[in-house]
Write a protein that binds this ligand. Structure first.
Ligand code: FAD
Length: 693
């Protein structure tokens, strides 16, 4: 077969990529984590980091390591909770370890009086999280050998004691496959699992309870296996927070929300990544619809000059800022309002402790920019905080909530309280001044950037990334508060400010729009780009079928925009069939005019099939439309169409999968089991792709 230019370009890129991969760290340097520099700055100078975990444990006098494979921060958070409990309840000397930061080819030398814990999230289609890829490649290799020379066949891990917990989502096919596989591989190498391998299910919304339920029998088994004595848990700080009255918040070395040293020094420098955001200008912002309490934003973010690049189908991460109202509530309930601009230094009490944000900083900046203060409260954290209650009555209530799952649900979870709201409610406004600030930093998550499917085409607007986001505003009957999504309400506030809207948020949220030291002034937002595998076929003449209800249509706006451009450029563009659904044509049919334009560009090759669930007597959803078009869908699949699904992971994606299986079975007169295999093969062959959340 002849190679066309595109093929050659792709092959060349693959070759360069492969070379680069295998020479990583030898001929090209892995970008250094600029955040590490700022932490070193806060925590004293550090020597070059060793990747040897055995050495690290010995140096730090530790006998328990909790490895984590984490994508969004939850697994990392569970890992640090396990490490804290290991020391506070059982006197183990525990540390957490990012799997990416160590080579585990000497795991066979971990002594039998130590224990390794693995907290592993499963990502996407049963994949390891980014930071666990290398570890997974190593441990899954049947022919692996350890640095000591020991081969897999010799059961080299027979001294190793390990425990494992997985974070997964049962709406995905490969539910918790990371923890299942890693457990299997470790056992194959002779390692001794202590207790059952736990599995948390985000799909059922029971992650936290699954974790708590798994932990207790695991601790019993571990105490048994290692001869540990349980003791009354006492809070042992991992971090030390010191007030620095001698420093003014205006001093140059004080972080007021800057994500790292480069940003502090005013010289934001690439490469921009998940440790180092680019402060990007928002060139356009608008509301695609706004009805009752629901609205949807469109934003164009300029990345020219940043060296950030994207490909149609990628994700952009937005780094949020907490609403002023929540920051005020949180600081207020802790009795820190007066001291909010006092400078604090945050240090790890030993070399293995990680300070989650740069220091010195202020209470205000730490809470506003770095701590996830609006999220649901965990039951375990209520238990931790009970010791610091303002009085015995509140302490008794906190203890009860912490110990009783049902009572916790009734009093806390069902009311959608965040931590500030809960503390305020329980103490009726009395200050919780006994809570050390380190407890809050250690117990709450580090604020996480939120991902958005890029809704533009890189072919059409290389330097301008579009996002399409529904503003989160969740009201439930029993809850005294409306939950306002952190990031989307921040984006809404940016949009409102940019347009000079006279009435920003009716709920009184207000944001530090201009950012630390006004560095985000002129409408900027911190972002980075995450590359995905959600891709158009490289050959535009291939047919595609896209299922994207609601904001699930976001990446498909990019796909169609790209194909419309290709059509305008005179390329042959294959059938481009988009299934879109929303509530009402007159309300939330987003980009309606644009679709018209694309239709003109592409003619019959573009077709949009729409479902409006609240316009008629019967609720119609995308999966119904798909069934109505069964014959055509099957015909396109026979022509090797690519099939894409984007949006709601919990229900829609699964129902679309089921519908497709039934369509193939009916149209081809084959049993459903056979049709299921065909769909599975499509997934493996990348012609069935999902971008779901
Ligand atoms: P958050 O503050 O994160 O809240 C999210 C939800 O958590 C709330 O709605 C509520 O259900 C729950 N919650 C929060 N606090 C509490 C509390 N105190 N009590 C009880 N429940 C609570 N979204 C889009 O709109 N468009 C996209 O194109 C898009 N693409 C995505 C692509 C990927 C790969 C992923 C992973 C997600 C994508 N999302 C997209 C979702 C997006 O990342 C965010 O999750 C979403 O915008 C909500 O973010 P938020 O910060 O506004 O809300």
């Amino acid at each position: 077969a002849q190679l066309d230019t595109l093929d050659i370009v792709v092959l060349a890129a693959l070759l360069i990529g492969t070379l680069a991969y295998f020479t990583k760290g030898t001929y090209w340097s892995v970008p250094k984590d600029p955040y590490a520099a700022s932490l070193a700055n806060g925590g004293g100078a550090k020597a070059a980091k060793s990747r040897n975990i055995i050495e690290k444990l010995d140096e730090a006098g530790k006998n328990c390591v909790v490895f984590y494979g984490s994508q969004t921060g939850t697994a990392e958070d569970y890992a640090s909770r396990l490490a804290k409990e290991a020391s506070s309840r059982f006197g183990l000397k525990a540390m957490t370890a990012d799997l990416e930061e160590y080579d585990l080819d000497n795991l066979d030398t971990l002594a039998g009086d130590k224990v390794a814990m693995f907290v592993l999230a499963t990502y996407g289609e049963g994949e390891p999280t980014d930071n666990a890829v290398e570890f997974y490649e190593f441990i899954s290799n049947e022919d692996l050998s350890f640095s000591s020379g020991a081969s897999a066949a010799e059961k080299p891990l027979s001294n190793l004691k390990f425990v494992a917990f997985g974070l997964g989502n049962n709406t995905y096919e490969h539910y918790n496959s990371m923890v299942r596989n890693v457990t299997k591989f470790l056992e194959r190498l002779g390692a001794q699992r202590i207790g059952a391998a736990g599995e948390g299910d985000d799909g059922a919304g029971t992650m936290e309870e699954d974790f708590l339920a798994w932990k207790e029998p695991m601790w019993t088994a571990l105490a048994d296996a290692m001869g540990l004595e349980e003791r009354e848990a006492v809070y042992e700080p991992v971090l030390e927070v010191t007030e620095k009255p001698e420093l003014s918040p205006e001093s140059d070395e004080v972080y007021l929300g800057e994500p790292n040293k480069n940003h502090l020094e005013g010289s934001q420098k690439g490469p921009y990544n998940s440790h180092n955001p680019y402060i990007a200008p928002i060139v356009e912002s608008k509301e695609l619809f706004s009805v009752h309490d629901r609205n949807c934003l469109h934003m164009d973010i300029d990345v020219s000059g940043s060296n950030l690049s994207y490909t149609t189908g990628d994700h952009i991460a937005i780094w949020p800022t907490n609403a002023g109202k929540e920051v005020d509530r949180f600081l207020g309930v802790l009795g820190l309002t007066e001291k909010r601009h006092t400078v604090i230094s945050v240090k790890g009490l030993d070399a293995t402790a990680k300070v989650p944000f740069p220091s010195p900083t202020t209470y205000d900046a730490a809470v506003r920019y770095h701590m996830e203060i609006c999220a649901p409260v965990s039951r375990q954290f209520v238990s931790t905080l009970s010791a610091f209650s303002p009085n015995d009555e509140i302490k008794a209530e906190m203890t009860k909530i912490g110990n009783d799952k049902d009572y916790f649900h009734e009093q806390v979870a069902n009311r959608n309280y965040n931590i500030g709201q809960l503390l305020h409610f329980l103490s009726k406004g009395e200050k919780w001044s006994k809570i050390p600030f380190s407890v809050m930093i250690e117990g709450l998550h580090k604020i996480q950037p939120r991902y958005y499917s890029i809704s533009s085409s890189s072919l059409v607007q290389k330097n301008k990334i579009s996002i399409t986001a529904v503003v989160e505003s969740i009201e439930v009957p029993n809850a005294p508060h409306i939950v306002k999504g952190v990031t989307t309400n921040y984006l809404l506030a940016l949009k409102q400010k940019q347009h000079g809207d006279p009435h920003p948020d009716p709920h009184g949220l207000d944001y530090a729009i201009t950012g630390p030291r006004n560095k985000y002034d002129g409408f900027h937002v911190p972002v980075h780009v995450r590359h995905s595998n959600f891709r158009l076929p490289s050959d535009p003449s291939k047919p595609i079928i896209m299922i994207g209800p609601g904001t699930g249509v976001a990446p498909f706006r990019g796909f169609v925009q790209e194909r419309a451009q290709q059509a305008r450029d005179g390329e042959v563009v294959g059938k481009t069939l988009l299934f879109f659904g929303c509530r009402k044509k007159s309300e939330d049919y987003i980009y309606e005019n644009e679709w018209e334009q694309y239709k003109q560009d592409m003619g019959d090759s573009f077709e949009m099939v729409t479902a409006f669930s609240r316009d008629g007597p019967k609720k119609v959803y995308v999966q119904h439309l798909l069934r109505e078009r069964a014959a055509e869908v099957d015909e396109l699949l026979r022509q090797k169409a690519y099939f894409y699904v984007c949006g709601d992971a919990a229900n829609m994606a699964r129902e679309v999968n089921t519908a497709l299986v039934q369509i193939i079975a009916e149209q081809r007169g084959i049993p459903e089991a056979k049709a299921e295999e065909i769909v599975k093969a499509m997934r493996t062959g990348n012609t069935y792709q999902e971008d779901v959340w």
